[in-house]
Ligand binder design. Sequence first.
Ligand code: FES
Length: 156
Amino acid sequence: MSCEGRPTRRTALAAGALAAAAATGCSKYGDEGADPEPPPSSPAASRSGGSPGKGGGAPPKGPVLARTSDIPVGGGKVFKDEKVVVTQPAEGDFKAFSAVCTHSGCTVRDVDDGTVNCPCHGSRFRVADGSVAGGPAPRPLPPRGIDVTGNSIRLT
Ligand code: FES
């Protein structure tokens, strides 16, 4: 509309300023050739970040924590970085618990002879349910969610 008539004083300042004013206030789409900016993000753009095609339906899962073969039957394994201990009290029956001892918060060290063992003050927790088998810990290890699909164990 009146974009061309208005910035006459600016025209004297710099042609570049006029071009910038035109780009911001009087935008034209087409053959300007000097508009390298991509269009602002739109809901369609953010949606396309997901899986293409249909909406899926499978909930997102975490990375594989372990293979089922990593967890001995009647024992378990401590994952210190994830602060979780995974046990297999009976073949094919996998459980997971917090690896943070309920006594004073040390990370449990290992699983041996049917118990999850804390190095700090000697608390022991049963692999079957995380209950206290000995030591000063006042409560069982809290359960953690896992998903076992095929040979893969993932935290949920
Ligand atoms: S912190 Fe585990 S026994 Fe004390």
